[in-house]
Write a protein that binds this ligand. Structure first.
Ligand code: MRU
Length: 342
């Protein structure tokens, strides 16, 4: 019997039955509703719709979905096509590609369905350990009294474990450090306001929600001591992609001389990618910017037929980061320049 449980995912497997469930993140915080993912095509749709999201979590969910499909008797040819469809579901977070490449390698090596499932389960458990190690490393940078600004959602809803940037914050809080978090609401899909605020409230970590455009004002007033964000892909020179708005924060932090850290496990590092310009940036639909799809229906606020630009991520150049908080330690730019992370 296999039983995996995280804040956003539940997976059980017995010889008779396999179930994969996700907490629908597009309904949070208004509704806490779990949905089953019974087929890979349901998983592809859930990933595209951000019902399951966050770089590490989409990789792990996709892997478990392939594991489930394998034990349900899908042929190897079909499994490979399914893994490819998941691989292509979102283009920026490299964790998804890494997890799918591991599953595809298993399929090509003609592993048994149970062995393929084991690869997926190992990916889940590995992510839990990576989050923990990363959080320990990052918490050393935090001091009592710090006001930490964060962007998007990088916690238990974005990973199999305690999170990346939010995992660091959680660990520091657990260690008894008196900290306070400024949560960027994170336009357009409000992962900060909806998800990070929800997690921090549950964890009883003091926080204040702000709109993204208030961050600079707070920095100027000396109200922010540190900024910690997550990442979706780190290039081998240290440039990284993260939720749209991260680059603006990094520029503001540089001007105000505020330490700006990025947190991510080694599974977010893309050694094949030389620099940030090579990171594919996901473009999403106009309706996410022109209005909102709420649980109570759609509200449109933009002038009808306004042209919209909606990149889901931006790239922050390595020179703007004070440190990369990873599972193996905290790295600085020189470490990337000397090829230590290859
Ligand atoms: O579009 P999303 O919500 O999947 O974007 C998530 C982020 O940008 C996170 O900061 C990133 O995946 C790191 S999560 C540990």
């Amino acid at each position: 019997m296999i039983n995996l449980e995280s804040l956003a995912l539940r997976f059980t497997h017995t010889p008779q039955h396999t179930e994969l469930w996700i907490l629908d993140q597009m309904l949070l915080p208004l509704k806490e509703e779990w949905m089953p993912l019974q087929t890979v095509s349901e998983t592809v749709s859930a990933i595209k719709a951000l019902k399951v999201r966050g770089a590490p979590l989409i990789g792990v969910t996709a892997a478990l979905s392939i594991g489930q499909s394998a034990v349900n008797g899908t042929s190897m040819t079909q499994l490979k096509e399914e893994a490819q469809a998941l691989h292509n579901a979102r283009p920026t977070a490299v964790n998804l590609m890494l997890c799918m490449n591991r599953m595809i390698a298993g399929i090509e090596a003609k592993k048994s369905p149970e062995e393929l499932l084991t690869i997926a389960v190992d990916l889940f458990n590995e992510d839990v350990r990576l989050c923990e190690a990363l959080a320990e490393n990052g918490a050393e940078l935090i001091q009592t009294g710090d006001n930490i600004l964060t962007h998007c959602n990088t916690g238990g809803l974005a990973t199999a474990g305690i999170g990346t940037a939010l995992g660091v914050i959680r660990k520091a809080h657990q260690q008894g450090k008196a900290i306070h978090v400024y949560v960027d609401e994170t336009r357009p899909l409000l992962q900060g306001a909806r998800l990070t605020a929800w997690e921090l409230k549950k964890l009883e970590i003091p926080y204040t929600l702000i709109t993204d455009n208030m961050a600079g004002h707070l920095m100027r007033l000396n109200k922010v001591q540190k900024i910690i964000v997550g990442c979706d892909r780190i290039a081998s020179n240290g440039d990284f992609a993260n939720k749209i708005g991260t680059y603006s924060l990094a520029v503001l932090a540089h001007y105000h001389q505020i330490p700006f850290y990025v947190a991510g496990p080694y599974t977010t590092l893309d050694k094949e990618c030389a620099c940030g310009d090579q990171i594919p940036i996901e473009q999403r639909k106009a309706s996410e910017v022109s209005g909102v799809e709420g649980v109570f229906g759609r509200v449109e606020w933009a002038a009808p037929e306004s042209p919209v630009y909606n990149p889901a991520f931006d790239v922050t150049p390595a020179e703007l980061a004070s440190g990369w908080i990873m599972n193996d330690g905290v790295f600085v730019r020189e470490d990337f320049q000397q090829g230590k992370l290859r």
